[in-house]
Design a protein. Structure first.
Length: 533
């Protein structure tokens, strides 16, 4: 047999991994596995060029696409006209029900940043999506709380894992298959027709793209999939996250490649910051201050979001805002402060022309809705607001050295503390967690470990004296681990040691690995003992 499922088959997994769905995965793999490898090679080569001092720019070979004012993306599909509030989150059963009932217009069902890609999470996530669409997901929790879908639910938009990740529990001809193709393929195969019958469609968010050629690859996947099951071209819709610095130079081209399937662009701010550090970490003029100082209004971030809105609206596409990391707190003063910060963030986005934005928690839906209601009123979006006055140059997008702020002892310590806590949760199977009152996920954890690497690499001075050194970071790490061990049971020691090992490999080494998730997945989550107990 060409395809083998090596992951443990739990209750009902056969419903997701039936022979016809597996045949579809084999077909996707046969068509696209080689191109995925080429994409990853191209990424490596591009990063190597940046390491030698090259900087990205707008592509001369695609100038005609940018300068042609005539083309537009497809009009919005059913359920995607009004996207003023989108809630994101993992696809476990409880959160699936809570997100769909949250009052948000869209639910981003996340297999990427918010999910630890254990085999269990991936397959049960697919099952939960099928059950949600069939409206048979209701259940009673052990606490006695009843979870049931309401009458009106959010439109589901699935975010498959990025091209860099493999799914090692499914092998084709002895090779692990692309995780993107698994998440896309299983959802599409099982749910496309169900969604069409329910008056919506198979919709996706595309993460971590680095170029328009990656968008072309996704577009070809969509064409192939639609032909395979016999549904019209253009039934699939996809919103592309602009969350890498290289994609920011190719927004027009990405919309163009996907135009028959495009549902717009999203400003994935956290991975964007990560991408800037990752690509230019070697350069003195790209050293960023404490993470808390890298706000959405610093010049390089502002250039990126202004350009995104203008580009989308010029092409008739939705521009969707990003994630404020502040989440509700049980402590009233902290809660008020968090809501106020989210309100300011969403009001700025609505004022800038975004058509909607993301929230991480149901308690934030009303804040985001109010900010967009105030600007949109009865209109479903503001795609007609062209923002023609905006001009953004390559220098603006790369103006990282104009970011005010310092590197502080507290900022370094916070990154160490967040990275260790996040990695520990990720190893235990949870991909999004509240840490020190902020939402943390794979993208924010990447920032934490990359900043540490960058600051050590440059021997960055600390405000108040001293420098960031590997010794300083190691001593902080030891203190944090000791404090965590005190709070936990000895049974957690092995997992904490593994979390520390990932941190050392990915933040303290000579080289800066492209993603912590790839190696950490292969070493810790892909074996029989995943998640790590
Ligand atoms: C960079 C990016 O990619 S951003 C997008 C990826 N990140 C995310 O999607 C993060 C999503 N958010 C979350 O996972 C969660 O909100 C967390 C982990 C940050 C906090 O979760 P908790 O600690 O459970 O928060 P809290 O206890 O306040 O939750 C209250 C209720 O809201 C539910 N809830 C919280 N967040 C969500 C969500 N995003 N979707 C659905 N339900 C949610 C909880 O399940 C809980 O339900 P219950 O009352 O039925 O038990
Ligand atoms: O996916 C979103 C991000 O900010 O990263
Ligand atoms: Mg992201």
């Amino acid at each position: 047999m060409r395809i083998q499922v090596t992951g443990r088959m739990e209750d009902r997994f056969g419903e997701v991994l039936d022979q016809k769905a597996l045949d579809f995965l084999v077909a996707l793999d046969g068509e696209f596995a080689t191109r995925r490898v080429q994409v990853l090679d191209t990424r490596r080569a591009r990063r190597a060029r940046y390491a030698e001092g090259q900087l990205p720019g707008f592509l001369p070979e695609t100038r005609a696409i940018r300068e042609d004012p005539s083309w537009r993306v497809a009009p919005p599909a059913p359920g995607l006209l009004d996207r003023r509030v989108e809630i994101t989150g993992p696809t476990d059963r409880k959160m699936t029900v809570n997100a769909l009932n949250s009052g948000a217009k869209v639910w981003l069902a996340d297999f990427e940043d918010a999910t630890s890609p254990t085999w269990h999470n991936i397959v049960t996530g697919q099952l939960n999506l099928i059950d949600a669409i069939d409206r048979r997901i209701d259940f009673t929790a052990p606490s006695g709380k009843r979870y049931a879908l309401g009458e009106e639910t959010a439109t589901i938009v699935v975010r498959p894992r990025g091209w860099h990740l493999a799914e090692k529990h499914i092998v084709v001809d002895g090779r692990p298959i692309s995780a993107s193709l698994v998440d896309f393929g299983l959802y599409f195969y099982h749910c496309a027709q169900r969604l069409i019958d329910a008056g919506r469609g198979p919709y996706f968010y595309l993460p971590k793209l680095e170029s328009h050629l990656e968008a072309r690859l996704w577009n070809d996947v969509f064409r192939f999939a639609q032909n395979y099951v016999g549904i019209p071209r253009g039934t699939i819709r996809a919103t592309t996250l602009i969350e890498t610095i290289t994609a920011a130079f190719e927004m027009e081209e990405i919309l163009y490649e996907l135009r028959e399937h495009s549902a717009g662009l999203n400003a994935g701010r956290w991975d964007y910051i990560f991408s800037v550090i990752k690509n230019f970490g070697n350069r003195d003029d790209f050293v960023l201050p404490d993470r808390a100082a890298v706000t959405m209004t610093v010049p390089f971030m502002r250039a990126y979001t202004e350009s995104l809105v203008r580009t989308c609206h010029r092409r008739g596409a939705h521009a969707i805002g990003g994630m404020a990391a502040f989440i509700p707190s049980k402590e009233p003063a902290a809660n008020r402060a968090a809501l106020e910060k989210v309100r300011a963030d969403k009001e700025r986005e609505a004022g800038d022309g975004f058509d909607g934005s993301w929230v991480a928690h149901p308690g934030l839906v009303p804040v985001c809705r109010a900010a967009f209601d105030a600007v949109l009123g009865e209109w479903p979006n503001q795609v007609d607001r062209r923002r023609e006055e905006v001009t953004v140059t390559a220098d603006d997008l790369l103006a990282v050295d104009r970011t005010p702020g310092q590197v502080t002892y507290h900022g370094v310590r916070n990154n160490v503390a967040v990275a260790l806590r996040y990695l520990d949760a990720w190893l235990a199977g949870t991909g999004a967690v509240a840490i020190f009152d902020l939402m943390e996920d794979a993208a924010t954890a990447e920032i934490a470990r990359c900043q540490i690497w960058q600051w050590i690499h440059h021997g960055t001075p600390l405000a108040g004296g001293g420098y960031v050194t590997a010794d300083l970071v190691r001593s902080m790490m030891d203190e944090e681990l000791a404090a965590l061990r005190q709070d936990r049971s000895p049974a957690d020691d092995d997992r904490l040691a593994r979390a520390a090992g990932i941190f050392v490999d990915d933040a303290l080494g000579e080289e800066l690995p492209a993603f912590f998730t790839t190696d950490a997945y292969a070493r810790h989550l892909a074996g029989p003992a995943s998640p790590v107990s």
